[in-house]
Write a protein that binds this ligand. Sequence first.
Ligand code: MN9
Length: 293
Amino acid sequence: MQSLQKFKGIFPALVTPFTAGDELNLKSLRDIIEMNLAAGVNGFYVCGSTGEAFLLTDEERKAVYETAAEAVNGRATLIAHVGCVSTAQTVSFAKYAEKLGYDAVSAVAPFYYKFNFEEIKAHYFAVADAVSLPVVIYNVPVYTGVSLSVSQASAFLKDERFIGIKHTSGDYFALERFKQAFPDKIIYNGYDEMCLAGLSMGADGAIGSTYNFMADKFLKIRSLFQAGKSDEALKIQHEANRIISIVCELGVIPSVKEILTQMGYPCGDCRRPFALLDPSQKERLKKEITNKL
Ligand code: MN9
């Protein structure tokens, strides 16, 4: 089997910055990528939930894939999240990512219509059949309503084209079972606030929203964990979780974008229906997070 080493580690789920006029701010996107490369991240997850994928037009989504690929230029691993409700659209984004030289594609389960597992399976296999890139399943029950069981995950992982799962769930029993059943595959922890829990149950890496602005903390958590220093890793997780509590209270994506804006990477607002942060909330993020980073 191909070496999956390059898929391990800490991957920011990139935000999609907008201008004040609600256009893509591709300069900020490049700058955020550069700042994270300097921090030492292992790769990026492009156009995921954090990237407001479902609030972008097809053209915008393609422009984000394109800009990220150009900006990274082989210096880190790139995973394109190509998930859509429609199989044809998902396949078309996957082909686009392949053309741009991405290392893998990933997709949420098709959502909204409560598709049955056979339908979901056919959706993912259509992607795997259409491109020669490896596929990472994105298990995110909180958004899709689809929670993959270990036997369902096996339907994918036993096929070598499926190289892993991004598991955004508090079910660490399932994470541990995925990894135990498929030790050679890549399991990503999804919830940043439980990164250390994921690593300790066998995760090979983590993909997350807050890594956009504090990847350094999670790179340290991972290396301390690998060095057997879980107690020190937990201290950093506590520091991160002070921040994540506030971010979750005010809204994850709007807060992550506001913190980046305060750091000098203008990200604009999230797209409606996301609510705007008010000035007092922005002030709180500055005082309690940005000024203390
Ligand atoms: O990509 C993100 N999960 C979701 C992973 O968007 C559902 C996480 O990074 C969370 O935003 C974060 C805050 O709960 O852990």
